[in-house]
Design a protein around this ligand. Structure first.
Ligand SMILES: [Zn+2]
Length: 225
């Protein structure tokens, strides 16, 4: 049976939430390319797996949208995460830039400020040995919105942080269904999960973290000492 569009829109997702695993997600939005669902438990908005790009297509997309260390706008963008982070770190600390991309600009900025940086990227720096080390801090900028299994990745990163350390995340937050419909962030086909403040409160409780919102898209999860 084919449901009329209006009824299809009222249907829940066939998939559990990729963050909290709750089975109930409600229809949130549809555009020309994809459907979006929102978890009733943690408020994560996600696109079902059938809309996820293949690894090859995802890598090709990243190759086209490469950020460069010489790009002053990109450095300024990253400084919104780097500045509050540097204020709370005591040099020399040991950090990991997770999902650093082809040009690990944030790692460079932090290293220039006296910290020792490791880098990891699924496509550009795939040395997984760095994921078995422990760190005083981990930064992950413009990464979590790309994760098909965000909870698994975030749990691994959280385990790798020393007591008193911080997981610094940059991702743009869902504001409302109206803003979502016109949001440039959802036009990127590699963006498949969308967090909100409510989602980060859920995540903080799940991990046993203290959450701090430092900017509209800069979130720190602090590990108790
Ligand atoms: Zn959820």
């Amino acid at each position: 049976m084919t449901l009329p569009q209006s009824e299809t829109n009222g249907r829940g997702s066939d998939y559990p939430c990729p963050l909290c695993r709750h089975p109930a997600a409600q229809f949130y939005h549809r555009d020309k390319f994809r459907s979006y669902y929102q978890c009733v438990e943690c408020a994560l908005v996600f696109v079902p797996p059938e809309y996820h790009l293949s690894r090859q297509a995802e890598k090709a997309y990243y190759d086209l949208h490469e950020n460069s260390a010489e790009d002053e706008g990109y450095r300024r963008f990253l400084s919104r995460c780097a500045t509050p982070l540097l204020e709370r770190l005591v040099a020399p600390s040991l950090g990991l830039d997770f999902g650093c991309g082809p040009a690990p600009v944030l790692a460079q900025i932090l290293a220039q400020n006296g910290h020792t940086m490791a880098t990891y990227d699924l496509y550009y720096q795939p040395d997984e040995s760095v994921l078995s080390q422990y760190y005083d801090f981990i930064v992950t900028t413009e990464v979590v919105e790309h994760l098909g299994e965000p909870v698994s990745v975030l749990e691994v990163l959280w385990q790798r942080i020393n007591p008193g350390g911080v997981l610094a995340i940059m991702t743009k937050l869902v504001a409302s269904p109206e803003r979502f419909a016109n949001w440039h962030y959802i036009r990127d086909p590699t963006h498949i999960v969308f967090f909100s403040t409510q989602t980060f409160h859920w995540l903080a409780q799940h991990l046993g973290a203290q959450v701090t919102f430092l900017d509209s898209d800069v979130i720190f999860l602090n590990k108790p000492a």
